[in-house]
Design a protein around this ligand. Structure first.
Ligand code: NAX
Ligand code: K
Length: 469
């Protein structure tokens, strides 16, 4: 929800607007259960759940409303909620701060609005909230809970401690689990569909960095590539580093090893004999891969018969995480593997894999989703709108521009996906890599115009993935 929220903000719908809509929805619900003039007591906590209720109070001028904040105004946790508390002070609505739940006296109202705890709760309610919940439950009033009955975990529906016994719940945007017996209203609060459908800056929240981290915690990525092409594996491995991986290795044929190393001293090159990947290399590569977090298989490998045979053997015995790109993709549909794969085809490669041809992007989303479900792997289809799906969760990405049709941008994407796959789940890795790759391309074009090189994306990846703006 926090990610969707941030994406909405980036699309021009601010957090404050969402709170206004939420509060308005709560007020509408109260008007349904209580006629004008009825008494309404709002019991609010210090988070945004309480903030929603401060807004609701402003929309209930026809009712006899009082607001009871459990805590002092200085302890309200968010700026927006504090501003809405401030707005109450400018109205003639009686609003009191109560630090001790024993001092909480809301009388015998017709309606109680429960806004103590929402999706921000963790664990069983502590004091003074727990006693306040008991007090609400002892009241004869009709209880309207904001978002979830206070004390209920919004993700699981579990109630590890005291929980409000609600008559009605006004929940926002999406239904929540664990609600039955109450009358539930799912209120549309104006979050644009695009905030959920398209990858946005909020999705980056899964990429935390622990200050205590050690070298290697953010991924060791091996790119198996090169042969006919040398730039591709070097771009992928450098992209893995720029996307946050700690170590990037390139396993490539001996004759191209110097060239690959020549692109960057940051890469650890592990050559194998011969001019291209062959079945005899597979055992050693599997050994090394078992010490790494993710393998990126494909960039620059070519499609010689014995190379594709080697790819097939590798995947059949590999049990870790891998990004499969370029010529290696055609092997995936007929290989039986325990590995967790993120496949990164463009439209033509997808068709070669037996995937759908739909051209309209929404139709393609649905078709690729069911293809991924059949395949049993995550797919990231590159295009004007990238589609990322594991057969259940499906996202689209619309960063990027026509300048990115230049060679090598797919290698950068595969490497970035590899880095992110070592720290997040497959769909998130694909979605974020597509977003960052496209944004890096947009930044490059904004600075220099068209004529960008794939290598221009590399230094722009960190900003696209990790900067706040
Ligand atoms: N997109 C969104 O995320 C939206 C959220 N909205 C509202 O914002 C709410 C979430 O707000 P917040 O994240 O501020 O969180 P909450 O308002 O749910 O509660 C956070 C407060 O409770 C405290 N707390 C946490 N666990 C506790 C426990 N076990 N015992 C006692 N206190 C505890 C925290 O320290 C914090 O002060 C939602 O439920 C909803 O009502 C709405 O404004 C609409 C949009
Ligand atoms: K609540």
């Amino acid at each position: 929800m926090a990610a969707v929220d941030e994406n909405a903000e980036a699309l021009g719908v601010s957090r404050k607007q969402l709170m206004e809509s939420s509060g308005n929805a709560v007020a509408r619900e109260v008007r349904e259960v209580a006629d004008p003039g009825a008494s309404v007591a709002v019991v609010a906590g210090r988070g945004n759940n309480g903030g929603d209720a401060f807004v609701a109070a402003r929309f209930l001028a026809d009712h006899d409303v009082s607001v009871h904040l459990l805590g002092r105004r200085e302890t309200i946790t968010t700026a927006i909620s504090r501003e809405n508390w401030g707005a109450l002070a400018e109205s003639d609505i009686p609003a009191e701060e109560v630090s001790d739940s024993r001092a909480l006296d809301f009388g015998e109202p017709d309606v109680l609005v429960d806004a103590l705890l929402g999706t921000g709760v963790s664990g069983a309610p502590r004091e003074p909230e727990a006693s306040a919940i008991d007090a609400i439950n002892e009241s004869e009033a009709t209880v309207v809970s904001v978002d979830v009955p206070s004390g209920m975990d919004a993700d699981t529906g579990e109630t590890p401690g005291a929980v409000v016994d609600a008559d009605r719940v006004v929940t926002f945007h999406d239904a929540k689990p664990g609600l039955d017996g109450e009358t539930v209203t799912v209120a549309d609060i104006g979050i644009p569909e695009a905030a959920e459908l398209f990858v946005g800056p909020g999705d980056r929240n899964v990429l935390g960095r622990d200050p205590q981290a050690h070298k290697g915690d953010f991924g060791k990525v091996t790119v198996i590539g090169g042969g006919p092409y040398t730039g591709a594996p070097a771009l992928s491995a450098q992209a893995a580093l720029r996307a946050g991986a700690d170590l990037a290795y390139v396993a490539c044929p001996e004759p191209v090893a110097d060239e690959v190393q020549g692109y960057s001293e940051d890469l650890i090159v592990e050559p194998f004999v011969g001019t291209r990947l062959q079945p005899t290399h597979v055992e050693t590569l599997l050994d090394r891969a078992s010490e790494r977090d993710v393998v990126v298989l494909g960039p620059g490998l070519g499609d010689a018969d014995d190379t594709l045979r080697a790819v097939r053997q590798f995947l059949a015995d590999y049990e870790g995480r891998a990004v499969v790109d370029a010529d290696a993709l055609q092997v995936v549909p007929d290989v039986d593997t325990e590995a967790t794969l993120v496949c990164t085809p463009h439209q033509g490669e997808l068709v070669k894999m037996g995937g759908p041809r739909e051209s309209e992007w929404r139709d393609r989303m649905a078709a690729v989703e069911s293809f991924a479900a059949d395949l049993g792997h995550t797919i990231l289809v590159k295009g004007a709108y990238d589609i990322v799906t594991d057969g259940e969760a499906t996202r689209a990405n619309r960063t990027g521009n026509p300048g990115m049709t230049v060679g090598g941008t797919g290698d950068v994407l595969a490497g970035a996906t590899g880095a992110l796959l070592s720290v997040t789940e497959p769909v998130d890795a694909g979605a974020l890599a597509a977003y960052a790759n496209g944004r890096a391309g947009d930044d490059a074009v904004a600075e220099n115009g068209y004529g960008l090189l794939a290598s221009d994306l590399l230094t722009r990846l960190p900003h696209a993935l990790y900067d706040d703006d």
